[in-house]
Design a protein. Structure first.
Length: 290
């Protein structure tokens, strides 16, 4: 469970309250953040920050899950950290299964329910914590956590809770933002500052993350490094922002002010992200519960 202060900061950030929410107002102009909050996936020949990169990540995860589908009408999907419901709705439709989305932030759940009603989806959405899920034990066949556990400080507790909800042999597909296993002190400091600026707890290393999954009772079936197709694409945009801020006096501040955004906070987040990006890894891990 997130500490009270971290819980409050995360809730504020994703409810458009406080300084840290400003960056999401910027993303609103570029991405479908009314439905999706993940980091996306794009082949090299397609744009990433503009368009449907977030939906493409869901399609990729659905493709990973299809071979694991049971030949049963009773298959249940749980999406942990469902955000505003886009991934849950897309997965339910792609896999043709009933789905439950759980998220820490009431604002997100309200948006998810609205999105489901608009799409005519039968998905259900509940407010809940990844370490205390509102589900019975051994009831879920497929579980996803798409770029959401990065906000959970106690990863082992979250993995144990996901294992509790899954049936034996059930499948977990999780995408997450991690650090490399061998980075120096300066690089680790950059990653720590980035996490703090974005209201994230300290990021796990790849090795620790996979170890935590195994200790929770999961067998790792596949590990895909999708960094080059996701967060690796952001550095072009952070470079452009920092260039404009440095060399074209006032343009960034005027634009952000016009959109009701605080330049100081947004610039801090982008600056820390720019420094950390070379040391981040975005993984897609598929596992089965023992």
């Amino acid at each position: 469970m997130a500490s009270d202060s971290l819980h409050d900061r995360i809730t504020d950030q994703f409810s458009y309250r406080g300084e840290r929410a400003n960056i999401w107002r910027g993303f609103d102009f570029l991405l479908d953040t009314e439905s999706f909050l993940n980091m996306g996936y794009s082949p090299w020949y397609m744009p990433h920050v503009l368009g449907s990169s977030q939906r493409r990540l869901i399609t990729k995860i659905a493709t990973e899950l299809k071979p694991h589908l049971l030949d049963s009408e009773e298959t249940q999907l749980l999406d942990v950290g469902c955000g505003r419901g886009g991934p849950t709705i897309e997965l339910a439709e792609e896999l043709n299964v009933p789905a439950l989305g759980v998220d820490l932030v009431p604002f997100n759940i309200k948006a998810a329910r609205t999105n489901a009603a608009t799409r005519g989806s039968g998905g259900r959405f509940l407010v809940g914590d990844a370490t205390r899920l509102p589900i019975a034990t051994n009831t879920v066949d497929i579980c996803t956590a798409i770029d959401s556990l990065v906000y959970v400080p106690d990863k082992p507790a979250a993995f144990e809770e996901l294992a509790r909800g899954l049936k034996p042999g059930g499948v977990l597909a999780v995408s997450d933002l991690l650090t490399g296993d061998s980075i120096g002190t300066a690089e680790a400091d950059a990653v720590r500052d980035f996490a703090g600026a974005w209201d994230m707890p300290p990021l796990s290393t790849v090795e620790q993350y996979l170890t935590d999954l195994e200790h929770a009772g999961f067998t790792v079936e596949s590990v895909q490094d999708i960094t080059a197709n996701s967060v690796g694409r952001f550095q072009t945009w952070t470079s452009l922002y920092l260039f404009l801020e440095t060399h074209i006096e006032g343009i960034v501040e005027r634009l952000l002010a016009q959109w009701g955004m605080d330049r100081r906070t947004v610039s801090e987040q982008i600056r820390h992200a720019h420094r950390a990006l070379p040391h981040l890894r975005h993984l897609l891990v598929t596992t089965t519960r023992q």
